[in-house]
Design a protein around this ligand. Structure first.
Ligand code: UFG
Length: 327
């Protein structure tokens, strides 16, 4: 029959876009999600099982029922600020969750895991761009839990023959180019959706967290990667593992950084709406500048972003905020 993938967190932002692409590629996505941050209506491309990542027995049951060829593990908590306030939640969901899944895989003989990691594992990098040899020195609990997740996989690989690809996302953004899925998080804290809410008059203004950084215009620089490109990277990672390729930990970024002000300018140009702003103090834990060296993902997976120019990111995201695209 068709290949199958268990997608934990498949009702979330990146998970649902990936489930859609898997289906398009003839791979059946089996979504397992507890719906705390995921959205039931975003599960449309395969079976849905409501369940928690910490429930190892529940995972084992699903794996035995569907016999997937791999698991893509998105189910995790992903707010840097919240991780500082409530590290217990992050160590539970992200560390115990990864362990629960790795153990369920071990018990059922499911060998292949694709793991959602983050550029947050690097903390404040000593040099730019960030390649995979950059020291991993996370500065917040979120990044630390992602690094522990990667370490669990690496150690289980040595001891138990687990096979994995860890994908370190830079700034995920944008939305389904066909308009079926949007960018949403609850609560919304991410730059591009917040800026669009402000442009659409849904919030009074965008708060810019610091304009006195040591960057050309004083605002933070990030590497924005379109969610459709991230989805593609997961399909490539799946192909890599089923073909017997080696374990990998890869950056997923474009190699280009944009400042907050550059992002806002693109939103204004593309939608014809002004983004009202207020300047606020720096947000604790924000590195001034982060962008990837995307070379290793290109060499090992053939990954090349196709949708991640800033214009396309803004054009695909805008309709979900009721914003027209003018150019
Ligand atoms: N920002 C604002 N105002 C806002 C929201 C964001 O000025 O209302 C700024 C932030 O301070 C930061 C930049 O815009 O400088 C991007 O912020 P996001 O919250 O969109 O993204 P982050 O770079 O903080 O976070 C992303 C991922 C995390 C990951 C982190 C790694 O969302 O999962 O990158 O640094 F951990």
């Amino acid at each position: 029959g068709a290949p199958r993938v268990l997608v934990t967190g498949g009702a979330g932002f990146i998970g649902s876009h990936t489930a859609k692409l898997l289906r398009l590629e003839g791979i059946e996505p089996i979504v397992y999600d507890n719906l705390t941050t995921g959205n039931r209506s975003s599960v449309r491309w395969g079976p849905f099982i409501e369940g928690d990542i910490l429930d190892s027995d529940g995972l084992i049951e699903v794996i035995e029922k569907y016999a997937p060829d791999a698991v893509i593990h998105f189910a995790a908590s992903a707010y840097v600020g919240e991780s500082v306030q409530n590290p217990a939640k992050y160590y539970n969901n992200n560390v115990c969750g990864a362990l629960s899944l790795a153990d369920a895989c071990r018990q059922t003989g499911l060998q292949n895991i694709i793991f959602s990691s983050s550029c947050a594992v690097y903390g404040i990098p000593p040099t730019l761009p960030i390649d995979e040899a950059t020291p991993k020195a996370p500065i917040n609990p979120y990044g630390k839990t992602k690094l522990i997740g990667e370490n669990v996989l690496a150690d289980y690989a040595v001891a138990f023959g687990l096979r994995y690809v860890a994908l370190r996302y830079f700034n995920a953004c944008g939305a389904d180019p066909e308009g079926e899925l949007g960018e949403w998080h609850f609560p919304e804290t991410h730059l591009i959706p917040r800026a669009m809410q402000a442009a659409a008059g849904q919030i009074p203004h965008l708060e810019i967290f610091g304009d006195d950084y040591d960057t050309p215009d004083g605002t933070c620089i990030r590497d924005y990667i379109h969610v459709a490109d991230l989805a593609r990277a997961h399909v490539l990672a799946f192909d890599h593992l089923v073909r017997g390729g080696p374990n990998l930990a890869l950056n997923l970024g474009t190699g280009r950084g944009f400042s907050i002000k550059e992002v806002l300018l693109m939103i204004e140009e593309t939608t014809g709406r002004e983004v009202p702003i207020v300047i606020r103090p720096r947000r604790p834990g924000d590195p001034p500048s982060l962008y990837a060296d995307p070379g290793l993902a290109r060499e090992t997976l053939g990954f090349r972003p196709q949708h991640s120019d800033l214009k396309t990111i803004v054009r695909t995201a805008a309709p979900f905020f009721g914003l027209e695209v003018r150019s």
